[in-house]
Design a protein around this ligand. Sequence first.
Ligand SMILES: [Zn+2]
Length: 278
Amino acid sequence: MATPSAPPLKIGDYTVTAFSDGLFQTTIDITVGVDKEMTQRVSGRGLNDPVFLAVNAFLVEGRGIRALVDAGTGETFGPALGKLPDNLRAAGVPLDSITHILLTHIHPDHSNGLTDGAGQAWFPKAEVVVQETEIQFWLDRDISQAWHERQRVNMVNSKKAFAPYAGRVTRIGNGEFLPGLHAQMSPGHTPGHNTWTVEGGGDALMIWGDTIHMAFLQLERPDIAFVFDTDPELAVKSRLRLLDQVSADRIRIAGMHLDYPGYGRVRRGNGRYFIDAE
Ligand SMILES: [Zn+2]
């Protein structure tokens, strides 16, 4: 059964629609560099209690493009995930109508969904747009250069996911990709982790990727990092910088792992942050 999509947001020349890929089951035990008792106290959960994280993608339409920000998990995470293609089709968005995949980063829950289980492109006409730094780390390096086993597996999977897109991958740096749509790195979670900001008409939406994985922990303690962070200290710095920025500007954010549809505005108070869903 497809998840109906939430009402679209209109921002300048663009329309943004959130789509669900499903729910990822994990625990708070994936934190690194922090006291596990503190994480249990802050979250009110046990270390091994199941936590269900949303996996979202966002469709950005306008100025001649129909771009998907991130591609979900594909067929690599089991039956609770990989629902993005069906949800797009159910909303009347044929997969071959997608012109661009704008990635926030190359990680299994964001880029494995470029291809199906048979290694075919889900999005046969799309160009994949990624930060140069991110491609250098995950795709350009030899598998033998992986730092550890999990990273090696991610490198193998990302090379597979990108294979049918050879010749249509665009490497970018920070800056405007199209008028009213720009990229800005926030490294740490991965070396080239990227935010996509849509703006126009005095309004803006920052699609911030994996700036927050567990809102119930990291809004109170942004210093909490996870085993998936390539550079946990840098991930914390980037998170603090973005939280400061978007709470000062009060611009709307969209998160890949915030509860669907993943929109909100960040507010600061009582020595912590809050996200007001709106
Ligand atoms: Zn993620």
